[in-house]
Design a protein around this ligand. Structure first.
Ligand code: TYM
Length: 327
């Protein structure tokens, strides 16, 4: 079976964007692929973390993975920092990546603007650690949202470069964006920006652990337009189009179907219906989340087994690379 790699940083509460863009697809592909789902805690420390919250967020993230239906019997779930080969391969790939390539990464540019007090080398290096995550397992595909596309293109370039020097060492991974409508969920208050867990205004983000009242409040306040008609037009009606994307992704109904259904509906009623759809999905997820989250030793056990399985694959591959380079 082909290998799929995907990961999320446990830096804060996960968002509806993370869920719709990635997590919601994970359980459905488990039978068709060998799935490797990582909790990218090494990536998280590129921005400063409150260590108490960080510890909690890492386990919360794991419990969300499980609540979404990822089955540890079928898929490998592991904590990135528990498999040291990621850092080993990261260093090697550093030596095959150009400064200019990293300078072009749009996420680095925007993150260093927001984070101007702490533009550390880790933040700059971030995409190469991602490349190491992916290439270490000879992944066939990488499941991501739209914003990570440039990083995977870089990964492909690094792999090609390495292969052209030393033979067919790395599999060149394909980008896997399961659904273009769900690949970029936008901020509720500024629908031209991505919904992001690090947004300073929490009203622009739906968190997976938000309760029903909060969801209704945030959706009600979301920015739309003064036109009053519900249809998809990403340029002129970015807010409504984003809400349609969310509705479509969570219900499986097509945008066209929704446009027909809501032809005569007011924004207010549409938002109310959407808030209900979101809450229903989140309630179900949260119920399972709180169950798994309370099983501390079970969670630890899953991480132990996951790291063991991941390490086994990683060790084999890193040895090949070390041998090639006479290390
Ligand atoms: P992170 O935590 O920023 O995002 C995790 C995944 O969620 C997707 N995503 C979204 N999708 C749709 N709409 C949104 N608003 C939205 N926000 C986030 C992201 O595209 C991403 O797929 N650095 C990676 C984590 C990582 C990784 C990897 C991913 C580490 N190593 C190797 C793939 C392969 C990241 O963006 O995390």
């Amino acid at each position: 079976k082909p290998i799929i790699f995907s990961a999320i940083q446990p830096s804060g509460q996960l968002t509806l964007g993370n869920f719709i863009g990635t997590i919601s697809h994970w359980s459905t592909i488990q039978d068709k692929y060998n799935c490797i789902y990582s909790i990218a805690d090494l990536h998280s420390i590129t921005v400063s973390q409150n260590l108490y919250l960080f510890k909690k967020n890492k386990l919360d993230t794991l419990a969300i993975y499980l609540a979404s239906g990822v089955d540890p019997q079928k898929s490998i779930i592991f904590m990135q920092s528990e498999v040291h080969e990621h850092c080993q391969l990261n260093w090697i790939l550093n030596c095959y990546t150009y400064f200019g390539e990293l300078m072009r990464m749009t996420q680095f540019k925007s993150k260093s603007k927001i984070n101007s007090q702490n533009i550390n080398i880790g933040l700059f290096n971030y995409p190469i650690l991602m490349s190491a995550d992916i290439l270490l397992y000879q992944s066939d595909k990488v499941l991501i949202g739209q914003d990570q596309k440039q990083h995977i293109e870089l990964t492909r370039n690094i792999a090609h470069r390495f292969n052209s020097l030393y033979g067919n060492i790395f599999k060149i991974p394909d980008i896997y964006i399961p659904n273009k409508y769900s690949a970029k969920i936008m901020s509720l208050l500024n629908p031209y920006n991505k919904m992001s867990k690090s947004d300073s205004n929490k009203n622009s983000v739906i968190f997976l652990l938000d309760d029903q009242k909060t969801v209704l409040k945030k959706i009600s306040k979301s920015v739309t337009d003064s036109d009053g008609k519900i249809f998809y037009d990403i340029n002129n009606k970015a807010g409504i189009s984003n809400l349609l994307n969310i509705f479509s992704s969570l219900t499986g109904k097509s945008i066209l179907e929704l446009e027909k259904k809501f032809f005569n509906t007011t924004y207010k009623d549409f938002k109310y219906l959407l808030a209900n759809v979101i809450s229903k999905k989140l309630n179900d997820l949260q119920e399972k989340f709180y169950y798994f989250r309370s099983q501390k030793s079970y969670l630890k056990n899953i991480l132990d087994i996951g790291a063991y399985k991941a390490r086994k694959k990683a060790k084999k591959n890193i040895k090949v690379i070390y041998d090639i380079l006479n290390l």
